[in-house]
Design a protein around this ligand. Sequence first.
Ligand SMILES: [Zn+2]
Length: 235
Amino acid sequence: MTVIGGRPLCYRVRKSRRARKLGLSVSKREGVLVTLPQRVSYAEVPRLLEEFSDWLDAKADEFDVRLGPRVKQYGRGSEILVLGTVRRIEVRSLPAGRVRPRFELQDEALVMILSPDQVLDIRPALEKYLRRLAHEDLPPRVEHWAGVVGRRPRRVIIGERTSRWGSCSATGTISLCYRLVMAPPEVIDAVVAHEICHLVHLDHGPRFYELLDRVCPEHRRVREWLREQHEALVV
Ligand SMILES: [Zn+2]
């Protein structure tokens, strides 16, 4: 915790083996985060915060993270959106000695069968579930849309993306955010169709939209949905 602009500001510091220089980021999911390369001392942090205090002050208010990340709290009666349907989260205990979490997706519930440790904080298990589901659900959709458009991606990466739901690189790699599986199937399809169309036109020019409109006319409605629900698709 520090004080910036006369008000408290919470931040976290993370040491990173990969980071080359000091980093500072502000997001809803992670709050104010300072990244330090392995060799840099924690003593550098106050100077960095001071140097960027105006920027931090504005960003922390913009994202409403002065008192920490804006993440969901899970407890009794919590719900989660899976494939566009709100499901009740039901937590059960794994038999003694078992640690591999199991999940059952039901019409109205997501049953999570967890070890005592995992029950204390279910968020990591929820993330694991959604990642697992994404690896089952997304590749067949990529195949489908690749068939419709007539272009195959060279590689598909399913991971965490904070700013966009998907992207397509010039080398033909499509990246998709695993949290997409929280959205309704038609929304997931439209995002995948969008990225597959980029294999033909890498920009957002008229020819790109001509193609996307032809293969997936729903995409415009879906964009609206994603914009409105952005906050809901967070674990
Ligand atoms: Zn695009």
